[in-house]
Design a protein around this ligand. Structure first.
Ligand SMILES: Cc1ncc(COP(=O)(O)O)c(C=O)c1O
Length: 483
């Protein structure tokens, strides 16, 4: 590992003078191309993202069997929770119940668990159609994970050996593993105080080998998509949005995942909607779609739809989802917009109540209306003060933590990447396939480490009664005022 602070050689490229829309603090909005408004000015999520009537059902229409949220538990449901240790601090946020059980029963009783060979037109095809409608894209491929969606997206874009893909230093390691899986090298860029990739650092990291950018909408927060798309157009790069933590969020009125060339979603256990493990790739680009479709199903040559493909077949994998998971996802999708609305409503209430009560600012948000609302991020002037805050609110029974402690989401802990062991076999290792220009070190993104170390997270809960939210806010306010 090299001690250098830069993670690759930039000698052959000069940054260009691309106009970069900056992130906006919600307290001092700038009405730019994508106006970021104050919470008090903003419309509800639903007005920015029109949904089909099918998705407008009220929360009460769905009676959850078990409500697994990521904050205060419902003690009536305690025997249904999977992780009792996590009471009051669970990372799970999904809502799941009788409808999902019924959907699984329906599939099992049908005897058709496979999406092809009789399953055509079934749960998976219908989920893909519904997800395309929700996100506002032409094509969806449901897959086995968010990682699979990212890999299929890069394959669809034709990314491969010799190419570089810029990823943020704050994301789950899968974002950086995906380029390696297709033979390309991840280049790690800084995040800024918005906790999403810093457009200025993207420009600094561009070389003639750069082929794509993967902005990540971390903890439901939209990245600065205007700036990223401007940069991508200027340099001729592809954009694969990692919306794995932002199912259903939006930016400038468009759903996340639909703005770049393609978007990847995760439906694993920790995501806004879930089927345990699952994912989806979305795109409007027919060639990306076809190549991803070919790659995700090595048996594509034997499917009914093979004759409709205009791209030549090549060797693929198996990232196919099954009918049981798709049936669960179809129910989960009916819950999505109500959850987003409830979480964003809570987030606005928390922000309005806490604003000006202590020595912190809220981390700026690139689109307060498109934010998924899962997480409230508070930025302190020092790590010491941030830790003092999180410790004291925890003592009062409120879940609070810091991204600085989320090991797997910080580039400095990505051992396989920092040590440049890119594959199980040297002949498949992207680091050995490309010119050896990349170096990594744990301290190469100091801005990222600084922002994460000063940020604290509080969490929303889409099913929390107002009086519990009020108690939580009062507890946090007491701590903030005394800091
Ligand atoms: C930002 C991000 N990208 C990618 C992934 C990978 O998703 P999966 O676990 O479904 O493969 C995750 C999952 O945690 C994630 O949070």
């Amino acid at each position: 590992m090299s001690p250098t602070k830069s993670n690759h050689n930039t000698q052959d490229v000069q940054p260009h003078d691309c106009a970069i829309p900056q992130s906006h603090d919600y307290t001092t909005p700038t009405l730019a191309k994508n106006p970021c408004r104050r919470y008090s000015e903003s419309a509800t999520h639903s007005t920015r993202c029109p949904r089909s009537p099918r998705h407008n059902s009220s929360p009460s229409a769905h009676k959850p069997l078990s409500i697994c949220t990521h904050l205060v538990p419902d003690y009536n449901d305690i025997d249904l929770m999977s992780d009792l240790e996590n009471w009051g601090g669970s990372e799970q946020m999904y809502i799941i119940g009788e409808e999902e059980v019924e959907a699984v029963r329906r599939v099992i009783e049908s005897g058709q668990l496979f999406r092809y060979r009789g399953g055509e037109g079934g749960e998976t095809d219908q989920f893909e159609h519904e997800w395309s409608e929700t996100i506002g894209v032409r094509h969806t491929i449901a897959v086995t994970s968010g990682t699979a969606a990212l890999i299929c997206g890069l394959v669809g874009m034709g990314i491969g050996p010799g190419d570089e893909v810029i990823v943020p230093g704050y994301t789950f390691i899968a974002t950086a593993l995906a380029p390696l899986a297709v033979g390309a090298v991840p280049i790690i860029a800084e995040v800024d105080t918005s906790l999403t990739i810093d457009p200025e650092d993207i420009i600094r990291k561009i070389t003639p080998r750069t082929k794509a950018i993967i902005p990540v909408h971390m903890v439901g927060l939209p990245s600065n998509m205007d700036a990223i798309m401007d940069i991508a157009h200027h340099y001729g790069l592809r954009v694969l949005e990692d919306a794995c933590q932002a199912d259903g969020g939006s930016y400038g009125g468009q759903r996340l995942g639909s703005i770049g060339d393609a978007g990847a979603f995760s439906f694993n256990h920790f995501k806004i909607i879930t089927c345990g493990e699952g994912g989806a790739l979305v795109t409007n680009d027919r060639d990306i779609f076809e190549r991803a479709l070919i790659f995700h199903d090595g048996g594509v040559a034997f499917r009914e739809h093979v004759d409709q493909l205009r791209n030549p077949l090549f060797a693929g994998m198996n990232f196919r989802i099954n009918e049981i998971l798709s049936a669960i996802l179809r129910v989960q999708l009916t819950r999505l917009d109500d959850m987003l609305e409830a979480m964003l409503r809570e987030k606005r209430t928390i922000i309005h109540a806490l604003e000006g009560t202590g020595p912190f600012t809220f981390n700026p948000i690139h689109d307060v209306e498109g934010d998924c609302g899962t997480t409230v991020a508070l930025l302190f002037d020092s790590e010491e003060r941030m830790r003092d805050f999180t410790q004291k609110v925890r003592e009062l029974g409120v879940r609070a933590d810091t991204p600085a402690d989320s090991g797997r989401h910080i580039y400095a802990n990505w051992e396989p990447i920092l040590t440049q062991r890119g594959a199980h076999h040297p002949a498949l290792d992207a680091f050995k396939l490309a010119p050896a220009t990349v170096t990594y070190s744990p301290d190469m993104c100091p801005q990222t480490l600084d922002v994460l170390s000063r940020t604290a997270y509080l969490y929303t809960n889409p099913t929390r009664p107002p009086e519990e939210l009020q108690s939580m806010i009062e507890a946090v306010e007491v701590v903030l005022r005394a800091l």
